[in-house]
Design a protein around this ligand. Structure first.
Ligand SMILES: [Zn+2]
Length: 235
């Protein structure tokens, strides 16, 4: 099936970008893609090195989590990805890593505040952090509970206004309209998390970026008035 083959290629390529972008140590990260047409999710197999990955190694599941294709076990984070795809129908790619700067904010259980225009270009407000999981949630279906606690935290109105979230004590998840875009958002999240940590170490009382600047930067790249890049006429 051509569409499924394309998705497996796209998910494989996106996973291989993780070491290229310096977002992973060992195999601590995974990317998935979702086709609404096919009702299928494709994800990296568990514990396989990125360099060795081929499209044929990808694992295919239905959105209830039943494996329909692939000789490997899927990533152990699969239930978290599935919850997000079921809860937010616009998502077509998800990227999870333990990239150090974003994970530092997740471990501190603090949202990443918008302090500059790099943040504002891509995240329209603070990048939120979930609440901590309860002991029962951790003891039960832990990865499923991780998905639910993210779903509880993500903006229902427009999940793409802030295309990432920190899981308390764990690390970042980012998403996009494709597996590639999810990785790009994970890279931007890592970069703005690093910038914010440096900024607050230089000046702990740094104020939040002015709302007018946050609005201006976000809207020149997103929405009906967007004019950044080559996609629309310059103003
Ligand atoms: Zn993880």
């Amino acid at each position: 099936m051509a569409e499924l083959d394309d998705l497996k290629e796209a998910v494989c390529r996106a996973n291989r970008l993780l070491p290229t972008y310096g977002l992973v140590t060992l195999t601590w990260g995974n990317v998935s893609g979702c086709s609404r047409n096919l009702g299928a999710m494709v994800i990296k197999p568990s514990g396989v090195d990125y360099e060795a990955l081929t499209a044929g190694d990808m694992v295919v599941l239905d959105l209830e989590g039943r494996q329909v294709e692939g000789r490997f076990k899927p990533s152990s984070d699969t239930p978290s990805h599935l919850v997000l795809y079921r809860e937010f129908h616009e998502l077509e790619g998800i990227c999870h890593t333990h990239s150090p700067w974003a994970s530092a904010w997740a471990q501190a259980q603090r949202p990443v505040p918008p302090l500059g225009t790099t943040h504002a270009d891509h995240f329209y407000g603070p990048i939120p952090c979930t609440r901590a999981l309860t002991a029962d949630e951790i003891a039960g279906s832990y990865e499923h509970a991780t998905g639910l606690v993210m779903a509880e935290t993500i903006n229902r109105g427009d999940p793409f206004a802030i295309p990432g979230v920190l899981v308390a004590g764990h690390g970042p998840f980012a998403w996009g309209h494709s597996p590639d875009e999810a990785v790009r958002h994970a890279l931007i999240l890592e970069t703005v998390a690093k910038m914010a940590a440096f900024t607050l170490s230089v000046h702990p009382e740094t104020p939040l970026l002015a709302q007018s600047l946050l609005d201006r930067h976000y809207r020149r790249k997103h929405g009906p008035g967007a004019y950044y890049g080559q996609g629309s006429p310059a103003t």
